[in-house]
Design a protein around this ligand. Structure first.
Ligand code: SPQ
Length: 431
């Protein structure tokens, strides 16, 4: 349910919520379940639009996928079980779907066409197509392969060595999917450690992959076997309530079952750096993806510097960190984050533009932003620009705004967090 008006000037948030399943892990569970042999059962799957696009694409490739609430059952028939799709594969708004699928489709002996929405049509694809072509892949697209629609003429692949110029889990994962079906060995070198859900999942499906520092090696010709995957809550979704709990007065929120994979926990470190009142209780369940409960209370925050190897560990949390910084004493500097320019929107521009409308002191830089706190936020009309993370950040900004806030294009939030507004509403203790 999307409310007509955002809640503003809140006096307190309290209670417990379990944020929905992790988006990155949900996508990968369908992809691996589809190329593995046998049955895969996924629980706590994210029913966000992006992950539903992944399911729809694999159904078009001939995979039988049943979905009952957030339980998804995939009957995989191995890589060879994928068929040439009779229709175009539509990835909707999902960069993860299109980029990872290219690594799978490049090695399949058939032709497929990939398209997405207006935002996908502006996102760079050469970063995946160029390294995949070293494996022998044939992928064509608009503007010399940079943009959708993409046409993949699948065929045999040969393992390759590739040093990634940008820290991107999507590029790495796409190459790992290609490496799994290529002849020989594939070696991938990352400039900085990025989320490692693909590597963990290869092992869960009985495959082998070796990571040593920033170097990852995988042998081709492996057969994966269906398994059970329990998806932890998405820390990138939890981040919005971690921020809300820290900046709305009189708040205490417990977030249950949040994924705590160290390649994703940069937001927790930044909150700690800023002096937030946060506590973490990790579960000792031995699952492939660690998780735990996080409690956040209203906090007195101070500005900080966010840069370097921390950036890939919190890249999707930068919009909400920018909002936190508006409520912190002193200056916050975010650097080395040029990658924000190629997300669902240019997130440097959209964050600066929309938070400025509410009265924040925020300036864009070439590779990030500088925010001066504390600012008292006012009302205004803002827009998600069709970007789910900008939409959620603005809904949290509204919670501490003194005047009325109108949010345009709220529906984008369903891409990763369809129950966001219900969860928000359930935490409002007093207005
Ligand atoms: O899937 P999509 O649209 O690219 O989603 C985003 C997001 O905010 O949800 C990025 F806009 O997350 C990416 C993330 O930024 C998901 C992802 C993954 O699952 O591998 C990796 C990151 O992207 P990248 O380009 O750094 O690899």
């Amino acid at each position: 349910m999307i409310p007509a008006n955002l809640r503003t000037n809140l006096k307190g948030l309290s209670g417990e919520i379990a944020v929905p399943g992790d988006k990155s892990i949900s996508h990968r569970s369908v992809m691996f379940g589809s190329i593995a042999k046998g049955k895969t059962v996924v629980t706590n799957f994210l029913l966000g639009e992006d992950c539903l696009s992944t399911i729809a694409c694999f159904r078009k490739l001939g995979v039988s996928i049943e979905q009952e609430g957030n339980k998804v059952t995939i009957m995989g028939k191995g890589m060879d079980g994928l068929h040439e799709p009779e229709a175009i594969l539509d990835v909707g708004n999902s960069g993860t779907t299109i980029r990872l699928m290219m690594g799978i489709l490049a090695g399949r002996p058939f032709h497929s066409v990939l398209v997405g929405d207006e935002s996908i049509a502006k996102r760079p694809m050469t970063r995946v197509i160029a390294p995949l072509s070293l494996f022998g892949a044939k992928i064509y697209g608009r503007k010399n392969g940079e943009f959708t629609p993409l046409s993949v003429i699948g065929g045999p692949l040969a393992g390759a060595a590739y040093e990634l110029p940008v820290a991107s889990a999507q590029v790495k994962s796409s190459l790992l999917f290609a490496g799994l079906q290529a002849s020989g060995e594939t070696v991938i070198i990352e400039p900085m450690k990025t989320r490692d859900h693909t590597e963990r999942m290869i092992k869960q499906f009985g495959g082998e992959v070796a990571a040593d520092g920033h170097t990852i090696r995988i042998k081709g010709g492996q057969t994966l076997t269906g398994t059970e995957i329990h998806v932890p809550g998405d820390i990138s979704s939890a981040a919005f309530f971690l921020a809300a709990g820290a900046i709305v007065p009189n708040s205490e929120i417990k977030l249950k079952n949040v994924g705590l994979n160290p390649t994703r926990t940069g937001i927790i470190e930044v909150l700690q750096q800023m002096g937030a009142n946060i506590s973490i209780e990790p579960y000792e369940n031995g699952l492939a993806e660690p998780a735990g409960d996080i409690t956040i209370r209203t906090s007195t925050l101070k500005g900080t510097v966010i840069e370097g190897a921390l950036i890939p560990r919190l890249i999707d949390e930068i919009p909400i960190i920018a909002l936190l910084a508006t409520q912190a004493e002193g200056e916050t500097v975010i650097k080395d984050a040029e990658e924000l320019k190629v997300k669902e929107t240019n997130r440097i521009d959209t964050v600066v533009k929309e938070l400025s409308k509410l009265g924040a002191d925020i300036t864009a830089t070439e590779d990030g932003m500088v925010i001066k706190g504390r600012s008292s936020l006012s009302g205004g009309t803002v827009s998600s620009h069709g970007d789910h993370r900008i939409g959620m950040m603005l809904a949290v900004a509204a919670a501490i705004s003194k005047g009325e806030v109108q949010l345009q294009q709220k529906e984008a939030i369903s891409v990763s967090y369809p129950s966001f507004f219900e969860h928000f509403e359930s935490l409002i203790s007093e207005t």
